[in-house]
Design a protein around this ligand. Structure first.
Ligand code: NAD
Ligand code: TDX
Length: 332
């Protein structure tokens, strides 16, 4: 058995990763460390708690991380503050978890000579014009826009520096926007689905022309496994499934799939510094590692996600009023 430490495993992508790993990669013995911030929910792992070890803790706790890293073979690092809007209200948790937390993991990885995979975002590259024929590649210069994306960019640079200066064995992935089960209802797609399920209107920032490159969370996690198994040390791989759509289209499609009038949504205040478009060129991942996405029909993926939030009201309902009150204060 190979021992795997998953940071942030009680969050959206990390929890899906733990489930996906237990189902498809039985050679791993999984330990999760998660601080259980507002975004971490132990219920996300309730069905597998007897199959994993769960540690509640902060990745910036160097003593704890040193111990956990010394006991594992590979670290898959998801833990981060992840929401752009929150980073505009209070950047400090982002500096703490994304920068200090990642440095703490890197030092333990260096000391104990372990394998690291660092999970990052396409937002480190800034944004593209709507008509730009180029997409993000591993060679695109970093130009992050928000406190969230700049702390993620900083964490990537820390990993690169530890590879170059200390020769640690690490890979990095930068993925586009994920959707699927267990995503916090502060995020775009689950917010709109749960608005409709609660009898309120979906909320579109600005004009809705902003484009995101959507990927199902299982495709992201499958790609992470390809990189763990076949990726070259020190390399960066971009993960994306050619799922570009603008926000207006996504809201209209969710309304249509839920049997509502496609125009029944509200325009709200735009996000300050709102990135216009993200788009991933995943050629390196596809050609070098042979990865292909399984979820290529966004409407079907959205329908499955709508079905999950409809069937799991108890998972999100208690949080809904609080999340919406915070948005309402900002006119969003
Ligand atoms: P999330 O906010 O749903 O989950 C983050 C998890 O990390 C939570 O369980 C939280 O409790 C935990 N955490 C936060 N700070 C911690 C700390 N200091 N110590 C220990 N645990 C801590 O985020 P997500 O959407 O699942 O994103 C996971 C990772 O994937 C992040 O690194 C994010 O940057 C990256 N990513 C996300 C997307 C996306 O579309 N959501 C796309 C590309 C990359
Ligand atoms: O209510 C909303 N209305 C709206 O129009 C919300 C919450 C968002 N939006 C817009 C803003 C973005 O253009 O929808 C788009 C997606 O918004 P988010 O879900 O907040 O995602 P984004 O800011 O694109 O970042 C996401 O993808 C990259 C994740 O949150 C990051 O963790 C990841 O790195």
């Amino acid at each position: 058995m190979t021992k795997m430490l998953v940071t942030g495993g009680a969050g959206f992508i990390g929890a899906n990763f733990v489930h996906y790993t237990l189902q498809n990669y039985p050679q791993y013995e999984v330990t999760v460390i998660d601080k259980l911030t507002y975004a971490g929910n132990p219920d996300n792992l309730a069905s597998v708690l007897d199959k994993i070890e769960f540690v509640t803790g902060d990745i910036s706790d160097r003593e704890l991380i040193d111990k956990l890293v010394s006991e594992t073979d590979i670290i898959v690092h998801f833990a981060a503050e992840s929401h752009n809007d929150n980073s505009l209200s209070d950047p400090w948790p982002f500096v703490h978890s994304n920068l200090v937390g990642t440095a703490s993991i890197l030092e333990a990885v260096r000391k104990h000579n372990k394998r690291l995979h660092h999970v990052s975002t396409d937002e480190v590259y800034g944004d593209l014009e709507l008509d730009d024929p180029a997409k993000f590649t591993p060679e695109t210069p970093y130009k992050p826009s928000s406190p969230y994306s700049s702390t993620k960019a900083g964490s990537d640079l820390l990993v690169r520096a530890w590879v170059r200066s200390f020769g640690i064995h690490a890979t990095i992935s930068n993925c586009s926007n994920n959707y699927g089960p267990y995503q916090h209802i502060e995020k775009f797609i689950p917010r709109q689905i749960t608005n409709i399920l609660s009898g309120t209107k979906p909320k579109l920032y600005g004009t809705g022309e902003n484009v995101r490159d959507w990927i199902h969370v299982d495709d992201h996690n499958n790609a992470v496994h390809y990189i763990i198994e076949k990726g070259r040390s020190g390399e960066t791989y971009l993960i994306g499934a050619d799922g570009e759509e603008n926000n207006k289209y996504i809201i209209e499609t969710i309304l249509e799939l839920m049997g509502k009038d496609k125009t029944d949504y509200e325009h709200v205040n735009d996000r300050p510094g709102h990135d216009l478009r993200y788009a991933i060129d995943a050629t390196k991942l596809r050609e070098e590692l042979g990865w292909v996405p399984k979820y290529t029909n966004l409407r079907e993926g959205l329908q499955a996600t709508i079905d999950w939030y409809t069937a799991n009201r108890s998972w999100w309902e208690a949080e809904k009023a609080k999340v919406e009150a915070a948005y309402a204060e900002k006119g969003q």
